[in-house]
Design a protein around this ligand. Structure first.
Ligand SMILES: C[C@](O)(CO)[C@H](O)COP(=O)(O)OP(=O)(O)OC[C@H]1O[C@@H](n2ccc(N)nc2=O)[C@H](O)[C@@H]1O
Ligand SMILES: Nc1ncnc2c1ncn2[C@@H]1O[C@H](COP(=O)(O)OP(=O)(O)OP(=O)(O)O)[C@@H](O)[C@H]1O
Length: 296
């Protein structure tokens, strides 16, 4: 039976703006997203029938609530697939963290099963299916650096982000994305990030301008509920980060560093107070073609 494995990468938001609430309950957003080197590995094994999920993290569901299950089931139903699949998730990306760990697993599942089940789906079709699995899934399939609009599914590729060392701090708080969106009063957002300025800063590769234009409208409302997050933001700044922001709906905060040594020493200091601290890099290999399916 065929076996393959695939690495699925987390993302950070360089900006996150919310433009309005839609009739379907979702929000229109405009955000600059960046893939990072932190990844999970998914191991796939073809079977005769059924979808079976296992995971090294016992806190994650392994039934139909798992996004991997939902992505596989969507393909099975839509294309009348009788074969089954076993998927083992090796989790390293913290979950409910604002890093799209689940969405990246959903993206990797669609890409891997397109190959394992010989579906020959083109990129456009894959991205459309991805948006049915979750709003962040199309970006996770595309990767690299992109502007995401609509509910997150309308993607425009941007030039590569200049290389940054990035320190992530995930405090012991779980944030549900719908809850965070419910805190937003669209008419009363205090400061909208300037996406045009961010895209220009990326185009010319100006790290200071990139740091200056980081912005996430969730910060105000989520910091209000969890003041500890502001404290982490201040610590990252004091430890030498050029810019600091919360990713997605939180609670992970990240700092952009311009050299590996200062990122590593910031990580060591933060590990004294927080269990989940990672030093990672921006990951610029974008495009659906860039996924690496490894034969196990
Ligand atoms: C916060 C972000 O991570 C920023 O990248 C995303 O907007 C969230 O994307 P996601 O986790 O893939 O979201 P989904 O799993 O599709 O949706 C979960 C829930 O989040 C809310 N949601 C999500 C995306 C969006 N544009 N508007 C929303 O209001 C909805 O209540 C939805 O039911
Ligand atoms: N394969 C999976 N990996 C992680 N979480 C999963 C997975 N499948 C289902 N979930 C559930 O989805 C929820 C959100 O997980 P996820 O890691 O995608 O959150 P997130 O990092 O906040 O993502 P986003 O930035 O897209 O909002 C968790 O509560 C978790 O139980």
């Amino acid at each position: 039976m065929k076996k393959i494995s695939i690495d699925t990468r987390a993302k950070i938001n360089l900006t996150l703006d919310i433009l309005g609430k839609r009739l379907d309950g979702y929000h229109n957003v405009s955000m600059v997203m960046q893939s990072i080197s932190l990844s999970d590995t998914l191991h796939f094994k073809l079977t005769d029938k059924d979808i079976k999920i296992s995971c090294n993290n016992c806190y994650l569901p392994t039934d139909e609530k798992n996004i991997v299950y939902r992505a596989a089931q969507l393909l099975r139903e839509k294309y009348n697939i009788s074969q089954g699949v076993e998927v083992h998730i090796e989790k390293r990306i913290p979950f409910a963290a604002g890093l799209a760990g689940g969405s990246s697993n959903g993206a990797g599942t669609l890409i891997a099963l397109n190959s394992l089940w010989d579906l020959h789906l083109g990129n456009e079709k894959l991205l459309k299916l991805g948006s049915k699995v979750g709003a962040d899934v199309p970006f996770c399939m595309m990767g690299g650096t992109a502007l995401a609009e609509g509910i997150g599914e309308k993607l425009t590729v941007i030039n590569d982000l200049p290389e940054f060392d990035i320190v992530l701090v995930k405090p012991n708080i779980q944030i549900s994305t719908p809850w965070a969106y419910s805190l937003i009063d669209v008419q009363n957002i205090k400061a909208h990030p300037d996406n045009t300025a961010m895209i220009e800063a990326i185009k010319i590769g100006n790290k200071e301008e990139i740091a200056l234009n980081l912005g996430n409208v969730f910060e105000d409302v989520v910091f209000d509920k969890y003041p500890e997050l502001m404290h982490i933001k201040e610590s990252l700044k004091k430890l030498g980060a050029l810019g600091v922001l919360m990713s997605g709906s939180g609670p992970t905060l990240y700092g952009l560093f311009t050299n590996e040594l200062s990122a590593q020493s910031a990580k060591e200091v933060l590990l004294r107070d927080y269990e989940e601290v990672f030093a990672v890099r921006s990951y610029n290999e974008g495009g659906i073609e860039s996924w690496d399916l490894k034969m196990d």
